[in-house]
Ligand binder design. Sequence first.
Ligand code: ZN
Length: 160
Amino acid sequence: MSSHSTSHPWSPPKGSWASSAANRRSMRGNRSRDTKPELAIRRLVHAAGLRYRVAAKPLPKMRRTADLLFRPTRVAVFVDGCFWHGCPEHFVPPKTNPGYWEGKIAGNIRRDRNTDAQLEEAGWLVLRFWEHQDPAECAEAVAAAVSARKGQLQRARVLD
Ligand SMILES: [Zn+2]
């Protein structure tokens, strides 16, 4: 199951801690309700002429999916939610059962680092952004990275 809440509005299971409005607010950090950072980044990257897959697995055996995937240049982009991925600026454990949530988020962070390590080992470039970052800056960084990788691949082919 994806831990990202940006593709679809996230709705808490009935009766869970998150069904209170206060907790939903703390989960979203400081962003406004209708901001969809991942969508904004995707739109901008697309407008820059780049094509990518959405929510695709970089490695068939690994269960993680990247938010934007550039298979030919092997660039995997993740837009991490401030709550689920433990943003140092915005993660605040819910008041109900904070220990559980701290443990859960710590586990997510470990999984993220493990994902990065596996991808890098397989020759992928991993780009991670927080949902609170400026989408235009993120999109620029993505475009620059993909274009740099394209250049590297072309040079490598010339040398072959
Ligand atoms: Zn944040």
